[in-house]
Design a protein around this ligand. Structure first.
Ligand code: TYD
Ligand code: MG
Length: 491
């Protein structure tokens, strides 16, 4: 068999390059991209092959432009490598800019770092604009800085009205150094900041801002990439921190935050639910600080109020001597926090008992149920189990194991845990209890809130230092879950 002739694929007499072909090349290229993760695909898919989200692949018209590139050094100078020691010395001189809102500053790691790009994400209506307006008030009020607040969502009058109403914090936003700008074109925003030279720039929100250099509607993935690129370049070249707001819908459908996360220095999320006024601020990425810190606020009619003693707030409605309730001391970053774990057991009608957790890990719960069953002779594995962490908080460390386990045991035995008791310990698969880090700080917090007994994991005679609690707090050290159950229900 002879090989097929090459000539079959070339139209005879066709010119090599027609004007129509040249025009087609100049036409903006159409690509498809996921609005959630930014992955580009070759066509439309119902489900994104990268992040598995549904209905997120959208057509994008892309034209290569200068706005898509990010500049990290002063324009015009060629990049130069410098010794790390020299760079460290330069970095030390860059003092942070505290916003004056302590809960916000702690999550940032001590304030805004010059030249950094911070993303504040959260569901619409959660209070992002309110928080930033109060942070602006703090920056101008306590730090004497100037801030430019660019709003693409609200008119100047709306922002000004809100600024006049905010009395939740120490500072008021009515100050000449707080400049408001209602603008959605990034080039105009950058012209304004070049003119006014503020110490901090706030852009609310990234989904409403667009760039002339890019096609497509604001909020579109290529627009978000381009606008963030502009802001990143501007922040790094002028050394001015930029805070941008990004909306996330409840199901995470909207473009932005996930793609943005890679570009920015810190990602903060503002959380809470509609029924409660409590709002929590966490960092999921922070190049300049810890991601373990938690900031707690309350939304009031006069704006956000900082909650300096979250333990008190979260234990405010804590019923004493209630069946299925246990209190633990958890560490949230640098701070111990007391929280209440509730459990309810019930007969399971089907063959598959349900485990429903709000704020706790269902896999961890399954393990604790197995431990109770095997090592404490409490037969709970055939029951429906519901576990809830009061106040909308999440358990994020194994030190809370003992409280979950004893809350379940309390519901099963239909007996409340004796006295005002706090429970701290990690549970192992063999039914042993392990020590937890920074126990003394947790005990001090429990003592401060009037608890008089603590059941903690401890191995007598293991040579480790004994836990030291505050006056009035009796410490019961237990080594196994059996001892813990005895200690919890005998008092
Ligand atoms: P907002 O900051 O506009 O939310 P976001 O920018 O995240 O969309 O806050 C909106 C909600 O907060 C609104 O429903 C009303 C409420 N709110 C108060 O309860 N008290 C206040 O002082 C302010 C300013 C807002
Ligand atoms: Mg807003």
């Amino acid at each position: 068999m002879s090989a097929p002739s090459q000539a079959r694929f070339v139209r005879r007499g066709a010119p090599a390059y027609t004007p129509a072909m040249a025009a087609a090349k100049r036409r903006p290229k159409t690509t498809w991209a996921c609005t959630a993760c930014g992955e580009t695909t070759r066509g439309w898919f119902g489900q994104c092959p990268s992040c598995q989200e549904w209905n997120t692949i959208k057509e994008q018209v892309e034209r290569p432009s200068a706005g898509a590139r990010v500049v990290l050094a002063t324009p015009g100078t060629s990049a130069k490598a410098i010794p790390v020691t020299q760079a460290q010395a330069a970095a030390r001189d860059e003092a942070r800019l505290p916003t004056g809102i302590h809960e916000f500053d702690r999550v940032l790691g001590g304030g805004l770092v010059p030249g950094s790009l911070v993303l504040l994400g959260g569901a619409p209506g959660i209070g992002k604009s309110t928080l930033l307006l109060q942070a602006c008030a703090g920056l101008v009020g306590s730090g004497g800085r100037s801030v430019l607040y660019a709003s693409g969502e609200e008119s100047i009058a709306q922002v000004a009205n809100r600024a006049a109403r905010l009395r939740g914090g120490e500072f008021v936003a009515a100050d000449e150094r707080l400049l408001l700008l209602a603008e959605t074109r990034i080039e105009s925003i950058l012209d304004a900041v070049t003119e006014h030279r503020p110490d901090v720039l706030v852009v609310d929100s990234i989904q409403t801002v667009y760039s002339d250099a890019q096609d497509g509607l604001p909020g579109n993935i290529s627009q978000i990439r381009s606008v963030t690129g502009h802001l990143l370049s501007w922040a790094k070249t002028t050394n001015v921190p930029v805070v941008i707001v990004g909306h996330v819908t409840k199901d995470g459908q909207l473009a932005g935050p996930r793609l943005l996360e890679h570009m920015v220095d810190a990602v903060l999320s503002f959380e809470g639910d509609e029924e409660r006024a409590t709002r929590m601020l966490r960092a999921s990425k922070n190049r300049f600080g810890s991601t373990a810190e938690l900031g707690v606020f309350e939304m009031t009619g006069l704006g956000l109020r900082e909650i300096k003693n979250p333990s008190e707030a979260f234990l405010a409605d804590h019923p004493e001597q209630a069946i299925g309730s246990a209190v633990t001391a958890s560490l949230e970053g640098s701070r111990p926090l007391l929280l209440e774990v509730q459990a309810l057991l019930g007969p399971s009608p089907g063959g598959y008992p349900r485990r429903t957790c709000v704020g706790a890990d269902p896999n961890r719960l399954a393990m604790l149920l197995a431990v109770l069953d095997r090592h404490a002779d409490l037969f709970v594995v055939d029951q429906d189990v519901f576990v809830n962490v009061a106040g909308g908080l999440r358990l994020n460390e194994p030190a809370a194991d003992l409280a979950v386990l004893l809350a379940v045991a309390s519901s099963h035995l239909r007996k409340p845990i004796a006295g005002r008791t706090v429970m701290i310990g990690e549970v192992g698969l063999t039914g042993e209890l392990r020590r937890v880090p920074r126990l003394d700080e947790r005990l001090a917090e429990a003592g401060r809130l009037g608890f008089d007994r603590a059941i903690v994991s401890g191995r007598a005679g293991s040579g480790t230092t004994r836990p030291r609690g505050p006056k009035g707090l009796a410490i019961v050290e237990v080594e196994t879950v059996v001892q813990a159950v005895e200690a919890a229900f005998d008092g």
